[in-house]
Design a protein around this ligand. Structure first.
Ligand code: 9MR
Length: 382
């Protein structure tokens, strides 16, 4: 079900077999574990998304461009006051942290961790294993490499253990493996799949990450699994198998990059069926793009209808998380339209975030505030 191709150019695709929906864990059984993994957020301004979300035991976050922290005052102020969790948009990715083999650069990740600690925020680490944004010494394209299979295996093990060890104790949730399946449900044929001769690298990566940092919550993260279809079904079956085999996986991240030209996904059902496997779930990269006016207005919705659709989609993404108790965090993929990846990848689309290019909050921001305020006495209080 190709509702949307997350830009073949920028990101990958992927998935496997059809799974059943034999979810068993009742919501009441999951509640205590969820709450113990969602520490209270303190010190945020009244009315901020962080403070409002804390009232319903939810963490709300944003992907952060660490280059803008401390250099863009408005961006930095919003990053520190509105969000109770942060994700490095790029600065913990392999091409950034190990640009030459054996030479590490943790500066961007360390900067984000320090910022988070100074602002009472938790960090979602992103990511340890992916086919994209890999260093050139390892692969030019994510599918070919001059290393042997055994060398690739040793290189991945070292990377996962070294990075998880460097950030040990500082990461709330790690995206251990990102985007391992295609939209048609088949496994992505990247250098990891080829070296292992299958998806065995995923279980290994979770075990290594757990060995390095036993307290971090370990997530599998992907896009287009918000919709029921070949990809979501394949990942459901695969992750159910991981759980049954005792692999230390704690959660599944639903990236939630949505586009108003496609119908809204049955997101709540998909969050719930993965949660029913005994997992936490999270919305990890939420943005809602729509058709926009021609340049230079690349972040101005093309019509009132486009704007209204965006607002509805934002509210429904948050509603889905609020309705599924083990949904422990809700993260937007950026703060302002000024810095979003969307217009550069999807020509004619944009306006995907909660603040406009001038850092003014958009109606969808107020909508989320209102929804969180209305939820304060809801069932998530337990
Ligand atoms: O937002 C990120 C952008 O700055 C990078 O150029 C891009 C490279 O692929 O990655 C973007 O973030 C992606 C994330 O790491 C994984 N899911 C899809 C996100 C949007 O492409």
């Amino acid at each position: 079900m190709l509702r949307r191709s997350l830009a073949a150019a920028a990101v990958g695709v992927g998935a496997l077999v059809a799974g059943s929906t034999a979810g068993l864990a009742p919501a009441t059984a999951a509640a205590p574990a969820v709450q113990s993994h969602t520490p209270r957020a303190k010190g945020f301004p009244a009315g901020s998304l962080a403070a409002l979300a804390d009232g319903v035991r939810l963490r709300v976050g944003a992907a952060i461009n660490t280059d803008l922290l401390g250099t863009d005052a408005t961006y930095t102020a919003l990053a520190g006051s509105e969000f109770s969790t942060v994700t490095p948009e790029n600065s913990m990715k392999w091409e950034v942290v190990e640009p030459q083999q054996g030479t590490y650069d943790w500066s961007g990740g360390d900067k984000l961790v320090a910022f988070a600690q100074a602002h009472n925020q938790l960090v979602r680490g992103h990511n340890l294993v992916w086919h994209s944004q890999l260093p050139k010494w390892l692969t030019p394209d994510g599918v070919t490499t001059t290393f042997t299979n055994d060398q690739v295996k040793a290189i991945l093990k070292k990377h996962v253990i070294d990075e998880a060890t460097h950030f040990k104790g500082k990461i709330w949730q790690w995206d251990v493996v990102n985007e391992a399946f295609n939209d048609d449900g088949t496994p992505r044929q990247d250098i990891w799949y080829k070296a292992w001769g299958g998806l065995g690298y995923i279980a290994d990566a979770f075990r290594w990450a757990h060995q390095a940092d036993s307290k971090a919550l370990l997530f599998y993260n992907d896009y287009n699994i918000e919709y029921t279809g070949p990809k979501s079904n394949a990942e459901y079956a695969f992750i159910k198998g991981l759980k049954q085999s005792g692999v230390p996986i704690d959660g599944v991240g639903f990236q939630t990059h949505l586009d108003t030209q496609y119908g809204f996904p049955d997101l709540k059902n998909n969050l719930q069926r993965f949660a029913d496997l005994g997992l936490k779930v999270a919305e990890t990269e939420v943005d809602v793009r729509t058709f926009t006016k021609p340049a230079p207005d690349v972040n101005v919705p093309a019509s009132g209808l486009a704007q209204a659709a965006q607002e509805a989609y934002w509210m429904k993404t948050l509603q889905a998380c609020l309705a599924v108790r083990p949904c422990i965090s809700y993260t937007a993929w950026g703060i302002s339209d000024k810095n979003s990846w969307v217009p550069g990848v999807f020509a004619g689309e944009g306006a995907a975030l909660l603040w406009d290019e001038g850092y003014q909050p958009k109606p969808q921001f107020t909508d989320l505030q209102d929804l969180l305020a209305l939820s304060q006495d809801g069932r998530r209080h337990g």
